[in-house]
Write a protein that binds this ligand. Sequence first.
Ligand SMILES: NC(=O)c1ccc[n+]([C@@H]2O[C@H](COP(=O)([O-])OP(=O)(O)OC[C@H]3O[C@@H](n4cnc5c(N)ncnc54)[C@H](O)[C@@H]3O)[C@@H](O)[C@H]2O)c1
Ligand SMILES: Nc1ncnc2c1ncn2[C@@H]1O[C@H](COP(=O)(O)OP(=O)(O)OP(=O)(O)O)[C@@H](O)[C@H]1O
Length: 294
Amino acid sequence: MKVGIYGQYYQDGLEVYLIELLTELEKNKVKIFFEQNYLSDIKNNVSLKNQYETFSEFEDLDDSFNLFFSVGGDGTMLRSILYVRDLNIPIIGINVGRLGFLATVQKDQIKKAVEALVDGRYDVEERSLLQIETHPYNKDIGTVNFAMNEMAVSRKNTTSMITVSTWLDDEYLTSYWADGLIVSTPTGSTGYSLSCGGPVITPDTNAFVITPIAPHNLNARPLVIPDKTVIKLTVFGRSMDYLLSLDSRIATLSNETEIYIKKAPFTIKMVEFREESFLKTLRKKLLWGEDKRN
Ligand SMILES: NC(=O)c1ccc[n+]([C@@H]2O[C@H](COP(=O)([O-])OP(=O)(O)OC[C@H]3O[C@@H](n4cnc5c(N)ncnc54)[C@H](O)[C@@H]3O)[C@@H](O)[C@H]2O)c1
Ligand SMILES: Nc1ncnc2c1ncn2[C@@H]1O[C@H](COP(=O)(O)OP(=O)(O)OP(=O)(O)O)[C@@H](O)[C@H]1O
């Protein structure tokens, strides 16, 4: 078995959990590759018994990897997909962050999780992604033009609203007068879109949701659409440009740009333990189970 381990940085207090992860993997003869910067940061703080091979970008990985560990919070999970992309390597998140909606293994459950992984006692859940294309081409977005949570456009350097004109499969929908607009996947439906009044969508639903950010058209509501739809957006505002975000990444686009959004041709595979389903996570992390009357 061959695995990659990625984290954004080493943080005090993590040593015991990292050593536990490495010990459990090595006990089971798993070959470990670390993301290069993460390993350097760890080595500056912890003395490791063994030497490890490293990777530093997507091109260094291939489909011979069986698993990809993301050590951090949800933000780290979102960055992990930039390494894995379309390689179909299942990602598992060790939550040393805060909410950990996507990173579902708690740090005190590492031993149990590795045992289940080695025994194959887990499911792999496919998460759909969005892919965007801009006209004209934007070099900051380049080939990293996909998102697992959402794509959002929002105003930049102005307090004025932007107008986001929207077409679905070439049919005009509306022009939102708003702070911005989110196009979210089912995975992203519990992130930014939820904060703007969007619905929660279970991960296996073949849909996207279009959620306006603080729309001044008071009757504008989140719209759920089939994920085979091609969405076109153009943005107009008092400022010459606006922001486009893909998960945690951001670029600046100018007002003449056309954005085409569709389902990406690949999915991200997420490890799901049988006792940690999406519905359980909703109850635990979004506190749906906290009603005292239950
Ligand atoms: N007002 C908002 O709610 C808001 C604003 C900006 C970004 N975001 C979210 O943050 C993501 C980027 O993460 P970051 O770490 O760079 O930003 P961040 O540091 O601002 O953290 C965002 C928070 O959103 C949570 N989160 C992220 N994805 C989630 C998901 N799919 N389901 C439930 N919770 C989720 C994280 O746990 C974290 O607590 C974006 O993709 C977007 O969904 C939310
Ligand atoms: N590699 C790491 N080692 C230790 N702690 C980490 C690591 N990565 C993240 N953290 C902790 O988690 C916090 C959030 O991490 P990250 O940016 O991955 O997640 P997030 O998007 O904020 O989501 P969440 O709310 O789930 O933590 C950081 O502020 C830090 O305290």
